[in-house]
Design a binder for this molecule. Structure first.
Ligand SMILES: *Cc1c(COP(=O)(O)O)cnc(C)c1O
Length: 367
């Protein structure tokens, strides 16, 4: 048997008629940029998230960049984020000439540890970017309490967590701004690149809309230096079809995750931790095990594809050598990166496939 990490073909075949029709309508309208689908999608995402404004952009990385820019982050500033994530939150900070500062993660949730944030705050701290990793939100009450105490804005990186909840609030709706990515493999993915920023702040939303299109409200009347970071109509039309299924897909991921939990419960493998305040949407089902690299290799030989998120903590990446972090400075992140890997996870995965994955894992453990 072969089990892929995810299968976007089966998803497409299930909704092909609707998707093809939506794309065809855009082609026939010949309106490709900043048209009705982008406008409607923004409304629908704002409503879905429970916020006032949604601003469609070209990708999730730009969503972070534009959020940071709108908050005035620039050279000399510091931004506190997690070391256990995709590069983008640190990268965008660096692109703007600011310095990423890493606070270690919680050993259960693998999200940034709120207790570790406060000691990293200086008079240069201009923003905090918690990342809702693998589809489960951070401990937002504690994070907001610290942020409010020092009056520092929070940007929720919700690129892996669209539709997940913390105490009934959707990811992206709690901080000053939230960011989504519609990269094809995300829980809500388009067929190219796409992203969105959500916020309740009118002034900030206005600035983000300016930054998205070359800093101009009126064409050729540029007020600030901005970007070309638009979402196109074809992607927006695809996302509008898929958004209708998101809740159902997230629920299926949750159910499949619990099937893995059941199948793997009597092993030494550390299974994903569920925070009682959160609704996990299992963007990834990430386990921790000893001899990770051999484990992954064994599964590959047996037709099971996995992925290592993340092999290197961000502070230890070559590009951040100049920041001077040493092994052991952020011990939980260091240790976690040696143990984690993601099992095949998507809404349509079949029970037989999950049983096969689990049986291969047990075979490895008995070796
Ligand atoms: C995917 C992702 C991003 C970047 O999104 P792109 O659309 O690929 O630019 C940022 N942060 C996190 C946590 C992500 O998973």
């Amino acid at each position: 048997m072969k089990v892929e990490l995810l299968d976007l073909k089966v998803q497409y075949s299930n909704i092909q008629e609707e998707i093809d029709k939506a794309i065809k309508e855009v082609l026939e309208s010949a309106h490709f940029i900043m048209g009705p689908n982008v406008k409607e999608l923004e409304k629908e995402i704002a409503e879905f998230t429970g916020v006032k404004h949604a601003i469609a952009v070209a990708n999730g990385t730009d969503a972070l960049m534009i959020s940071l820019r709108a908050l005035g982050v620039g050279p000399g500033d510091e931004v506190i984020t997690t070391p256990f994530t995709f590069f983008a939150s640190a990268e965008t900070t660096s692109v703007l000439g600011a310095t990423p500062v890493f606070a270690d993660i919680d050993k259960n949730t693998l999200c940034i540890d709120p207790e570790k944030i406060e000691e990293k705050i200086t008079e240069k701290t201009k923003a905090i970017i918690p990342v809702h990793i693998f589809g489960q939100m951070c401990q937002m009450d504690k994070i907001m309490e610290i942020a409010n105490k020092y009056n520092i804005p929070v940007i929720e990186d919700a690129c892996q967590a669209i539709g997940s909840e913390y105490k009934g609030k959707r990811a992206g709706s709690i901080g000053k701004a939230g960011t989504y990515s519609f990269f094809p493999t995300k829980n809500l993915g388009c067929y190219g690149d796409g992203g969105m920023i959500v916020t309740n702040d009118d002034e900030l939303a206005e600035k983000m809309r300016l930054l998205r299109v070359h800093g101009s409200k009126k064409k050729y009347h540029h007020e600030i230096i901005g970007y070309n970071s638009r979402l196109d109509e074809i992607q927006a039309a695809i996302l509008r079809v898929k958004l209708k299924y998101l809740k159902q897909w997230n629920k299926l991921r949750y159910e499949k995750a619990h099937i893995y939990n059941e199948l793997l419960k009597d092993t030494d493998i550390i299974l994903p931790y569920e925070d009682k305040d959160c609704t996990h949407i299992y963007h990834q089902y990430v386990v921790r095990a000893k001899n990770r690299d051999e484990f992954v290799e064994f599964l590959k030989e047996n037709g099971v594809s996995t992925a290592v998120y993340y092999p290197v903590p961000v502070q230890m990446l070559q590009v951040y050598k100049y920041l001077g972090y040493k092994e052991g400075d952020l011990p939980v992140a260091d240790e976690t990166c040696k143990l984690t890997f993601a099992l095949p996870m998507y809404p349509e995965i079949k029970r037989e496939q999950q049983e096969y994955v689990a049986s291969c894992m047990k075979k490895f453990l008995q070796k």
